[in-house]
Design a protein around this ligand. Structure first.
Ligand code: GDP
Ligand code: MG
Length: 453
């Protein structure tokens, strides 16, 4: 997602970066490219125009920027700030009500991902120790109720339903009352959608709204819908008042810019993004982290958080020690690969690294789908413990034996050993004061993937 945008934006801004002092013409030229890149990513045209106008105003009215020797970099900073603002500024958390349960009403068109998002949100909230109950107020289709029931089992939450007999607002009100009796901290109400905004749907949602007085009304928007999503959001907002957005299918190939324009047009903040079909594929939305990703600066914070969730603390401390003392061996490398695999699809993990967008084109699909990592694992597993600890022992005959044992070629074994050498070198540098800076530079110049996966 946003790979093309990132590539085009960094190209446009790099032109400035190489210039030193800037003229108005330089700025205009770069901003024209920026605007085209945004439009190409399906960002709403008004939002794109506002965006570049704001940047130009700031840059042209700031003598310090224009006369600075690092003007280009400062424009990148201004662009980043403006992008964060466009994406909503600060992170927007769920609002709890005064009484329990706090009620979340989930609304949106058919197929946008409402029911899935109800389950994802339930898992997200109960993951932090809060009790959550669900209500099946999509009363028009028995299959919709069954879907929520199954998801409820999966995320271990109570599901209140009354089949298709009662009106949606009655089921919703009873469901919230049921949540109160259960002592739930949150009750999430799933509702019906339509293929497009119509009066029947809006009236039904208004009735439900009146019946349950929700603390949050979350509009679920499919990021693949394109520009129409901005109109849909405006319609829903006008009729029932939306407090937040969940953008789904952000894992897909959609350009996604339209969905991201909704906040700027309507003022409704994005609270979560859906990044897959599974119930754990929901991320809190951080405008600053996405901005930094879009500008090719990676998302180190999310990467660290993901790592913290999956790595065991003791293991991490041990690893740090090894890196510091430069005793990291192939056995550790193997352990690392297994830990990284747990963090999610390797392509998604790598995207969070700074500078990754600039090396991505040079990697082959094997690097990104994890098959390279499987191969590396097989090779290391075919080595003896001594070989893993002292890879320098591996000469011609050992190499052939390892290749045979792992179903690979001696060249593959060689490649892995070379990669490992590079990693070790990088780690040594990483542990020195200037190391981090150096590593970034290495990454952006490196022809292959220095991580070996
Ligand atoms: P509803 O009609 O709004 O309730 O939509 P559903 O929750 O039934 O979802 C419709 C389809 O979208 C299902 O096949 C979901 O698995 C899929 N879906 C929902 N959210 C996501 C997401 O974030 N990523 C992907 N790839 N698929 C999603
Ligand atoms: Mg549904």
């Amino acid at each position: 997602m946003f790979e093309n945008l990132t590539e085009k934006l960094t190209t446009a801004l790099n032109i400035l970066g190489n210039k030193g002092r800037l003229s108005e013409k330089d700025v205009d030229e770069a901003l024209r490219e920026v605007r085209l890149a945004l439009l190409d990513a399906d960002v709403n045209f008004k939002v794109a125009r506002q965006f570049v106008t704001a940047i130009k105003d700031k840059v042209m009215n700031d003598d310090d920027i224009l006369h600075s020797l690092t003007a280009g970099q400062q424009v990148v900073k201004v662009t980043n700030d403006e992008l964060i603002k466009t994406l909503g500024g600060d992170v927007s958390l769920l609002k709890q009500g005064d009484e329990s349960p706090s009620v979340i009403l989930m609304v949106g068109l058919n197929g946008s991902g409402k029911t899935t998002s109800v389950a994802k949100l339930a898992k997200y909230l109960s993951g932090s120790g809060q009790t959550v109950s669900l209500v099946a107020a999509d009363v028009h289709r028995p299959a919709a109720i069954e879907q929520l029931r199954l998801l409820g089992v999966q995320v271990d939450c109570d599901v209140y339903d009354k089949g298709t007999e009662e009106a949606a607002e009655v089921v919703a009100a009873e469901g919230v009352e049921h949540g109160r009796r259960l002592g739930s901290a949150w009750t999430i109400v799933d509702t019906a959608g339509r293929f497009q905004v119509d009066d029947d749907l809006m009236s039904e949602l208004e009735s439900i709204h009146n019946a349950v007085k929700p603390d949050e009304v979350l509009l679920v928007v499919d990021a693949m819908t394109g520009q129409e999503s901005v109109n849909v959001a405006e319609e829903f907002h006008k009729r029932i008042g939306i407090t937040g957005l969940i953008l789904t299918k952000m894992d897909g190939d959609a350009r996604g810019g339209a969905a991201l324009s909704i906040t700027s047009v309507t003022g409704i903040p994005v609270k979560f993004i859906g990044v897959g079909e599974r119930v754990d594929a929901l991320d809190q939305f951080y405008p600053d982290r996405l901005a930094s990703r879009i500008l090719g600066m990676g998302d180190v914070l999310s990467l660290v958080e993901k790592a913290q969730e999956t790595f065991d603390e003791e293991q991490a401390a041990e690893l740090e020690e090894k890196i510091r003392k430069a005793t990291f061996d192939l056995e550790d490398f193997l352990e690392q690969m297994q830990a990284v695999k747990k963090m999610g699809p390797i392509g998604q993990v790598l995207e969070m690294l700074p500078g990754f967008s600039s090396v991505k084109g040079k990697l082959d699909s094997e690097d990104l789908d994890g098959s390279k990592m499987l191969k590396s694992e097989a090779i290391i597993r075919s080595m003896t413990m001594t070989e893993r600890q002292k890879p320098e022992l591996i000469g011609g005959s050992r190499r052939r034996r390892i290749a045979k044992g792992s179903g690979t070629s001696p060249q593959d074994v060689n490649q892995l050993l070379n990669q490992f050498k590079q990693i070790r070198k990088m780690m040594k540098q990483f542990s020195s004061p200037k190391g981090q800076e150096k590593m970034m530079r290495m990454m952006s110049q490196n022809k292959g993937n220095p991580f070996g996966f």
